[in-house]
Design a binder for this molecule. Structure first.
Ligand SMILES: Cc1ncc(COP(=O)(O)O)c(C=O)c1O
Length: 350
């Protein structure tokens, strides 16, 4: 499907530049969600129908990042998914993390301090040079949440391979617009409520076969059984051998709405979305006299930037005088102009 045809399925009000906080659904997904909730209201349909949405989500997510679906697990949140990995890390592991990393990537390791897990933080630009044989695990966001900076996964993976370290990637700000080779990592975890434009409640993750061997299926429950319909009651526990054994029981309605969005993204393809998002972000930067950054997220720090955007009706993320603007497939050149007009004459750069 051509992107322009697909984009008509989205109906944002002008000035929505906040996909880094949460993405907007295509009408088809929203309708699927409303329809399921109408069934829920009156007791029509069955949970089996809603639960069946998990597998198309898993399959699409796997194809979108180019990994086997049998290596993909489903979780509720990124922190829960990273927590699963942290719980399986051996005592006294050393984990290298960028210092301003989103805390769903860092806190799940820090809580294991009592058993000697040590979190070492360095500025993002020193991440690759800091990977040495004392490091067991490197965990980072492929696209930084606060700044939009993209880290070169191939470089991290090469340094980690030389140091025999595992690479754990949070791709929550990347999957949906940035093409990358997920197979270079041991784990690639992404929420779906941002660039995958789905309701909050669904997270998917790739686990390399070697990491699966080392991980405890911490969230094992009835949906992790080899035969789910035979796994409701009693023992023994017979878990599925693929990555589904790491699943958390699914948030039904999230998956109902996530499945059509992911299918649509597959039809459009990530490369055209990347080109569209980055072109708009770079146009916005150029309008402010900034160099291109080739990221779909632009972060600005200047007095009053957040107030000016808000006064112009632009929805962006504002934090302590800084603003984070995100450009996705439903963003238009008119949105960019709106933001540039709101910031005309602003003293930059940073
Ligand atoms: C990089 C990154 N990871 C994860 C999340 C969400 O984490 P969680 O699913 O634990 O709420 C966010 C939300 O802003 C994020 O920016």
């Amino acid at each position: 499907m051509q992107m322009q045809d697909a984009v008509d399925l989205w109906v944002p009000k002008p000035g929505y530049l906040n996909t880094a906080a949460y993405g907007l659904p295509p009408r088809t997904s929203w309708e699927a969600l409303v329809s399921a909730q109408e069934d829920w209201l009156v007791g029509e349909g069955g949970w089996e129908t809603w639960a069946a949405s998990t597998e198309p989500c898993r399959d699409s997510f796997a194809r979108l990042i180019g990994v086997p679906a049998s290596d993909v697990f489903s979780a509720s949140t990124v922190s829960a998914a990273v927590g699963l990995l942290a719980a399986s890390a051996p005592d006294n592991s050393r984990v290298l993390i960028p210092d301003m990393e989103f805390t769903s990537v860092s806190f799940p390791w820090v809580v294991h301090g009592h058993r000697g897990i040590e979190v070492v933080t360095v500025p993002l630009e020193k991440l690759i040079d800091s990977i040495d044989s004392s490091i067991d695990i490197v965990a980072f966001s492929l696209v930084q949440s606060a700044t939009g900076v993209v880290t070169d996964l191939a470089e991290v993976a090469a340094a980690a391979a030389a140091a025999s370290a595992l690479v754990i990637v949070d791709a929550s700000q990347a999957v949906g617009w940035l093409p990358f080779n997920a197979l270079l990592a041991d784990a690639v975890i992404s929420t779906t409520y941002k660039w995958l434009m789905s309701p909050r409640g669904a997270t998917f993750g790739y686990l390399s076969p070697r990491l699966q061997e080392r991980c405890l299926p911490l969230h094992a429950g009835w949906t992790s059984g080899r035969d789910v319909s035979a796994s409701f009651y009693g023992l023994p526990m017979d878990l599925t051998p693929d990555a589904r054994r790491f699943d958390q029981s699914a948030a039904w309605f999230s998956h109902v709405a996530t499945a059509p969005t992911l299918a649509l993204l597959e039809e459009i393809g990530i490369q055209p979305i990347h080109d569209h998002d980055v072109a708009l972000a770079n146009t916005f930067r150029a309008g402010l006299g900034l160099e291109p950054s080739d990221s779909a997220i632009v972060s600005l720090r200047a007095p009053g930037v957040d107030h000016r955007l808000a006064a112009a009706g632009i929805r962006a993320s504002a934090r302590n005088g800084s603003a984070r603007l995100a450009f996705h497939l439903y963003t238009t050149p008119a949105d960019v102009d709106l933001a540039l007009n709101a910031l005309a004459g602003l003293h930059l750069p940073i």
